[in-house]
Design a protein around this ligand. Structure first.
Ligand code: OSB
Ligand code: MG
Length: 369
């Protein structure tokens, strides 16, 4: 195979409900879609970077430059046999996993579409026909609003609820959630809002039978998480801190977490995501698929990823309608009353692109040859 053209499409898509984490509120997404072409077939990937460098160092504008000036020139016109050869071509670029991963995922989709096979099959997944789904619920203005939001998601069938926490919106909020919903599978994600000095405070969460506490400490930390884990009975789950399989290996060795959130973009694509998955499986550490408020393209990739065997726990992969009035894929991603998403057998990531709607949403576009 050989890539004849790489097209970057930046689209702007308003969220149906704002999403707030410890680092801020998002009302609208600015998403880069990466289209790669070979012999008349297009593959699509999504860059999962946020609009600002707050979740990680990357943001939409940095990803555009990295893709245009560093990633595309390395891959265009180069002969390759299959998608795993792509990530090493850009491995000399420090960090920028989401930019690199957006193109890598597009090439996997291209290869699957060219071969006429579903992406989940090409990556070695297919362990399940339906993936278990949870939801990530942001910080709300009031606790009653949060409780209502949780009630709506439970009524829709979702299998677990994740709430966002930060100092000032944590123990008391979790206590009120537990008073209302005593036995639901519940977890909390802090997005790095704490440090080790908060250890005694975070220990107060141990009484609420949370499935896990996600990324309480530094976005790039493993050592302090290991120290905190030794003091908590609730398992820690790492998100931000795991950008490479090597970091996952070190976190597991140090007992910094009992669970790993795997995000396709955060680790730079399917190749590295599979390596994280495999070494976690070997260490009996369950993983689940995280989300980055993706459009249908990234969502479809996450669904494929979630069919690998060790994606045992419900992920943050949920229905299109929770995010968008109208998604950019056909059909929209839907969740069954059992709180699952059924996988599809169409080639590639299994959904059709709504090119007219993508054109309508596009704020900038550039083709590289
Ligand atoms: O930490 O998992 C996170 C969204 C943006 C940035 C970071 C995170 C999230 C989510 C949302 O929790 C998951 C989703 O619904 O896509
Ligand atoms: Mg997280």
């Amino acid at each position: 195979m050989k890539l004849g053209r790489v097209t970057l499409h930046q689209i702007r898509l308003p969220l149906v409900h704002y999403f707030e984490t410890s680092f801020g509120r998002t009302t609208e997404r600015d998403i880069i879609l990466v289209e790669v072409e070979s012999e008349g077939v297009s593959g699509w990937g999504e860059v999962t970077a946020s609009e600002h460098p707050f979740y990680s160092q990357e943001w939409t504008a940095s990803a555009w430059i990295i893709l245009r000036d560093y990633v595309a020139p390395r891959v265009l016109g180069r002969e390759f046999q299959s998608a795993p050869e792509i990530a090493p071509l850009t491995a000399h670029i420090r960090d920028h996993y989401m930019a690199r991963g957006g193109l890598e995922a597009a090439v996997w989709d291209l290869e699957a579409r060219s071969a006429g096979v579903p992406l989940w099959k090409l990556i070695g997944g297919g362990s399940r026909r339906e993936i278990p789904c949870g939801v990530s619920i942001g910080i709300h203005d009031t606790v009653p609003q949060l409780l209502d939001a949780i009630g709506r998601e439970l009524a829709a069938g979702y299998q677990r609820i994740k709430i966002k926490i930060k100092p000032g919106w944590d123990v008391d909020v979790v206590r009120q959630v537990r008073e209302r919903y005593a036995s639901i599978p519940l977890m909390a994600d802090a997005n790095s809002a704490y440090n080790l000095a908060h250890a005694d405070h975070l220990r107060l969460l141990d009484e609420f039978q949370l499935m896990m506490i996600e990324q309480p400490l530094g976005h790039d930390d493993i050592i302090d998480h290991a120290a905190l884990q030794a003091r908590l009975s609730t398992p820690l789950c790492l998100d931000e801190s795991i950008r490479t399989a090597r970091q996952a290996e070190q976190a597991i060795q140090m007992r910094a977490c009992g669970i790993i959130n795997v995000k396709l973009g955060r680790v730079g694509g399917f190749g590295e995501a599979r390596r994280v998955h495999d070494l976690a499986a070997a260490a009996h550490i369950p993983v689940w698929c995280g989300g980055m408020l993706e459009s249908g393209v990234g969502r479809a990739h996450n669904i494929a990823l979630s069919t690998l065997p060790n994606f045992i726990l419900p992920g943050d992969v949920s229905a299109s309608r929770r995010y968008w009035q109208r998604d950019i894929i056909h059909p929209a991603v839907e969740v069954t009353p059992r709180g699952t998403i059924a996988i599809r057998d169409d080639p590639g990531f299994g959904y059709e692109l709504d090119r007219d709607y993508i054109r309508h949403l596009t704020v900038r576009q550039e083709s590289l040859v």
